[in-house]
Design a protein around this ligand. Structure first.
Ligand code: ZN
Length: 445
């Protein structure tokens, strides 16, 4: 009997012990620790970031929460369904934004999910996105920089330099602390010099941290030159601009035309073909500068017309002129006189106005001094641009008579840029095509 009782008591104790242990085990399985630390792995990119956290023992996965500004609550944004993965990459984020994140571990036990405490908050930020920039120079010594504004940023940084490499010594910085601004004038720049510019937005995350966007693509512009009218020019009296294409001449035409201009104190604009400029023809350019004439660009080799003219046909001609005399042309005329968007863009970039004409002497057709003279003197009017070519001797013959006759008629003979400056009170606009001082045609068809 006693033995039976002892045996029963023994089993009872065993059962009680088993129940107790399994109860503890169940409790233990339900218990989930809090995530004690969330760290930033990568941040400051435009639309992604990465966080990591310390392992929670026994966790089957982790929930990521982000603070929602609208309802002011932390909302679940992701489920990392693996207890061993301790990092997460957030994608498709908004640029220039601070995100507040929390992480929580969870366990699954007998079809029920148990969660631990949420971690403390971890802040991460994204950078502003890259801006699109445009630059041009319309007023003397000034480069206007324009960009697409981005209301999310705190401001913009503008870097400019005469060197494309933006080396430290020659690079200047301006800061614009208004996110809504989209234009800035860089002033006091060297006239006729090319400057490079780039812009980036910045986002002040907190007192210590600023996130910068990647720099924009580099843009450049040649700085506009002051058109200073010669002292003897009276802006209130009639004036016109003689213009000569296709030179410098290999015969004596350019020289003779310059002789006539010098004799009467007159000026003109020469639209030159880059490939014709050499050691032997450079003397004409030197003289044009000395007499106050304007250097014009008529493409490098006069092979392409209108829409077929490439940006390099134009820039190559400017470069040849610059290499010969140290000055860049300030006006452009296309072979045939046509316009295109490429011409417009390149002329704007190189700060050249585009000149057409309204008075055509047809010298290239008649090669007859008398006829050239008649057309020039009869069709001339106040503010016009007259077309001739300084490669024909009959044109030089005609100019010997045209210049004194026009002066006799009361006209002052100026360059194309001087004509527009004097008659409008403003410098000619780069990339804009003038037929005469007031007739503008920017049609590219
Ligand atoms: Zn031509």
């Amino acid at each position: 009997m006693v033995k039976k009782i002892r045996t029963a008591a023994f089993f009872l104790i065993i059962i009680i012990l088993i129940s107790a242990f399994s109860g503890i085990a169940v409790l233990k399985a339900k218990e989930v620790d809090g995530v004690d630390k969330v760290q930033v792995v990568k941040q400051g990119m435009v639309d992604s970031c990465e966080i990591s956290w310390n392992k929670v023992s026994g966790a089957n996965g982790y929930y990521i929460y982000a603070f929602n500004q609208e309802n002011e609550k932390f909302e679940k944004i992701a489920n990392v369904e693996d207890g061993k993965t301790l990092k997460y990459i957030l994608k498709d984020l908004t640029p220039s934004t601070i995100y507040r994140l929390k992480v929580q571990a969870y366990k699954n036990f007998r079809d029920t999910e148990y969660t631990g405490d949420m971690s403390s908050e971890c802040k991460i930020y994204t950078s502003p996105s890259q801006v699109v920039v445009d630059a041009n120079s319309v007023s003397a010594g000034v480069m206007a920089v324009n960009w697409q504004n981005d209301a999310a940023v705190s401001g913009y940084e503008i870097q400019y330099s005469p060197k494309k490499e933006f080396d430290e010594k020659e690079t200047s910085v301006e800061t614009v602390d208004d996110p809504n601004s989209n234009t800035y004038d860089l002033k006091g720049l060297e006239e006729q010099k090319e400057y490079f510019v780039r812009v980036r937005g910045y986002f002040a995350v907190d007192e210590k941290t600023t996130a910068y966007a990647e720099w924009s693509e580099i843009q450049s512009a040649t700085i506009a030159k002051t058109v200073k009218l010669p002292d003897h020019i009276d802006p209130n009296k009639p004036m016109l601009a003689l213009s000569f294409d296709d030179g410098p001449a290999f015969n004596s035409a350019t020289k003779r035309i310059l002789d006539t201009l010098e004799k009467y104190g007159a000026r003109a604009t020469f639209y030159m073909v880059g490939s014709r400029i050499s050691k032997s023809t450079k003397v004409h350019l030197d003289r044009q500068i000395k007499l106050g004439c304007e250097l014009g660009n008529h493409t490098y080799d006069h092979k392409r017309y209108g829409k077929k003219v490439t940006a390099s046909d134009i820039s190559k001609c400017s470069d040849v002129i610059f290499d010969a005399v140290g000055q860049r042309p300030t006006s452009f005329r296309c072979p045939g006189g046509n316009m295109s968007s490429t011409i417009q863009k390149q002329a704007k970039k190189e700060n050249m106005m585009i000149a057409h004409w309204t008075v055509d002497t047809q010298d290239w057709k008649s090669k007859d001094a008398k006829k050239i003279y008649n057309r020039a003197t009869k069709l001339a009017y106040d503010g016009c641009i007259i077309l001739m070519h300084d490669i024909y001797e009959p044109t030089a013959d005609a100019v010997e008579k045209i210049v004194p006759a026009l002066i006799e008629q009361g006209y002052q003979l100026v360059t194309v840029s001087e004509l527009i400056q004097a008659k409008t009170g403003k410098p000619a606009k780069a990339g804009q095509q003038y037929l005469d001082y007031k007739t503008i045609n920017n049609n590219t068809n």
